[in-house]
Design a binder for this molecule. Structure first.
Ligand SMILES: Nc1nc2c(ncn2[C@@H]2O[C@H](COP(=O)(O)OP(=O)(O)OP(=O)(O)O)[C@@H](O)[C@H]2O)c(=O)[nH]1
Ligand SMILES: [Zn+2]
Length: 201
């Protein structure tokens, strides 16, 4: 089955070809010296293909689909959702990187806001793609700026990369922190206030 939704310049065209993914996994099993026809592996290519459909579902989603907006004239202070679980895939090795994202914004003058859960959904749209952590962070910030037109945005992402844990340099526990700050949140005092809320445990 093939899904095809154009992302209108937001990224690659999100086509998922399940049959092709299944064939590729079968080839990979042969390439690593396995027998894809043995009992335990017979269903694996199809299963892995379906898993990849889910893991890379963000390739077929636009941020606008999840970041619905509403208006609340009464609130012009910072809104911050912290510790949003991140499960993404490193585009260099196609293994997971996992951790949390903290997403904050100061609503526009006309009070354009979004539901809190929508910030977490936005993180998923970009996390469920082959990614690097820096791009994940800036894509969240830039789409918030574009869609909510807020006065400022801060996004901080803290992740552990399995490509540094299970292979290669093998340093479990090492965390990578990335941030993207836009608009009024670049102001040192406002930024410091946001960072103290993010770092408070
Ligand atoms: N900047 C950035 N680098 C990443 C990310 N995820 C993985 N990497 C790095 O991508 C690099 C790829 O380096 P290469 O030298 O091409 O690949 P490699 O030989 O597998 O590298 P090692 O992991 O050092 O064994 C590694 O240093 C990874 O740690 C990410 O999200 N952002
Ligand atoms: Zn990697």
């Amino acid at each position: 089955m093939t899904d095809s939704i154009s992302l209108d310049g937001q990224g690659p065209v999100g086509v998922f070809d399940e049959k092709r993914a299944e064939q590729a996994i079968r080839e990979l099993l042969i390439a690593v010296g396995e027998d894809p026809d043995r009992e335990g592996l017979r269903e694996t290519p199809g299963r892995v293909a379906r898993a990849y459909r889910e893991i890379f579902a963000g390739l077929r989603q636009k941020p606008e689909e999840v970041l619905t907006t509403t208006f609340d004239l009464g609130h012009d202070e910072m809104v911050l959702v912290k510790d949003i679980e991140v499960m993404s895939s490193c585009e260099h090795h196609l293994v997971p990187f996992v951790g949390v994202a903290h997403v904050g914004y100061i609503p526009s003058n006309d009070g354009k806001i979004t539901g809190l859960s929508k910030l977490a959904r936005l993180v998923d749209v970009f996390a469920r793609r082959p990614q690097v952590q820096e791009r994940l962070t800036t894509q969240i910030a830039d789409s918030l700026m574009r869609i909510l037109e807020p006065r400022g945005v801060i996004v901080v992402v803290e992740c552990e990369h399995m490509c540094m844990t299970m292979r290669g340099v093998r340093k479990p526990g090492a965390k990578t922190l990335t941030s993207a700050v836009r608009g009024q949140l670049r102001d040192p005092a406002t930024r410091a206030e946001a960072m103290s809320l993010i770092m408070a445990r």
